[in-house]
Design a protein around this ligand. Structure first.
Ligand SMILES: O=P(O)(O)OC[C@H]1O[C@](O)(COP(=O)(O)O)[C@@H](O)[C@@H]1O
Ligand SMILES: [Mg+2]
Ligand SMILES: [Mg+2]
Length: 331
């Protein structure tokens, strides 16, 4: 089985990728391994889901979000290839002044935080962007998703997996815990165009806008409804786990705009959740949309911008886009 470093070397040769880019991906894989190690201690480390906790020794504990963030920040600071980073956990970008490096790193160090203390699947999401030459400030990060150079996630589930795109398909690796090495176990992941499974937080139904109300209503109507087939539903509340399910067995995932989030633009974050996941889904033959437009075309206005997210099976996303086309995108 191909290990991650041999895979990266192969991709670099085949697609003429800069060795510095695959070097950053390898650094991120190390960070994910370190996060997986922390997570594997579970409740032995006390309550890792909430801040301001003390352990039995009376020491101040960090939440797993902050521990994971520190791991990513440290790895990026040590990498000669990363000029600056932005994280869900940091209000502002961290610029490594004086480091002439080619890439910007954006990440959600721990996705699915509400699942930490339940011992359910969580993940990390990352995206690599080109750094501008010369002075770097926060505006350098405001690049649309179609400018990403590499993106991926780690899923800390029943096994730890790393799923990546370097712009030439989507590849999944499983961590061998004995050897501490990622091996290619899921080559060329693709999302089938049609599906009978959707993922949405149904408790938000009353807040949704009419296009999503209609779409879900039709799915739930099943065989005797307009879709003429029964649908299944799943909701893990960890975006990484939902996207992983799309990539492995298909489906459609929605975190749509609703009457509570409309002023903020949505719930999920554009730069380090929607864009990397959207690109992975598109690289696997699926679609990524806000309902009104392709997510990867959205021009970010700020580091922590939020966005409506619809990802997955092409036919379902097209249907949702059609329903949205009857409504005003600015409403
Ligand atoms: O609790 P809800 O509203 O179902 O939201 C679940 C969503 O929130 C998130 O957990 C947000 O990510 P963070 O844990 O990184 O804040 C997504 O992974 C997931 O899709
Ligand atoms: Mg998240
Ligand atoms: Mg997070």
């Amino acid at each position: 089985m191909l290990n991650l470093s041999d895979f990266l070397a192969e991709q670099a040769t085949q697609f003429q990728l800069a060795p510095s880019l695959t070097e950053v991906v390898a650094t991120l894989a190390l960070a994910c391994k370190a996060v997986a190690h922390e997570i594997s201690h579970g409740a032995l480390r006390g309550n890792m889901g909430e801040a301001d906790q003390q352990n039995v020794q009376g020491e101040q504990q960090k939440t797993l979000d902050l521990i994971s963030n520190d791991i990513f920040v440290q790895m990026a600071a040590q990498s000669p290839q990363v000029a600056a980073l932005a994280s869900e956990e940091l209000e502002h970008a961290q610029i490594f002044t004086g480091k002439q490096a080619p890439y910007l790193l954006v990440f959600d160090p721990l996705d699915g935080s509400s699942n930490i203390n339940l011992n359910l699947s969580v993940g990390s999401i990352f995206s690599i962007l080109k750094a501008p030459e010369g002075h770097i400030d926060e505006a350098a990060f405001l690049q649309s998703g179609n400018q990403q150079l590499a993106a991926g996630y780690a899923l800390y589930g029943t096994s730890t997996m790393l799923v990546l795109t370097l712009g030439h398909g989507v590849y999944g690796f499983t961590l061998d815990p004995e050897q501490g090495e990622f091996y290619l176990t899921h080559p060329a992941l693709t999302i089938t165009a049609s599906t009978q499974e959707f993922a949405v937080n149904m408790s938000n139904q009353r807040f949704w806008q009419p296009p999503v109300q209609r779409y879900i209503e039709e799915c739930i109507a099943g065989k005797s409804g307009p879709r003429g087939k029964d649908f299944n539903m799943r909701w893990v509340a960890t975006m990484v786990a939902e996207v992983h399910r799309l990539l492995v067995r298909g489906g459609v995932f929605l975190y749509p705009l609703d009457s509570r989030s409309v002023g903020r633009g949505g719930r999920l974050r554009l730069l380090y959740e929607a864009n990397p996941m959207g690109w992975l889904v598109e690289q696997a033959s699926g679609l990524a949309s806000t309902g009104h437009r392709n997510i990867l075309e959205v021009e970010p206005g700020s580091l922590h911008q939020r966005v409506a997210v619809i990802l997955g099976a092409r036919e379902e996303v097209e249907r949702l886009q059609e329903f949205h086309s009857f409504t005003d995108p600015t409403a």
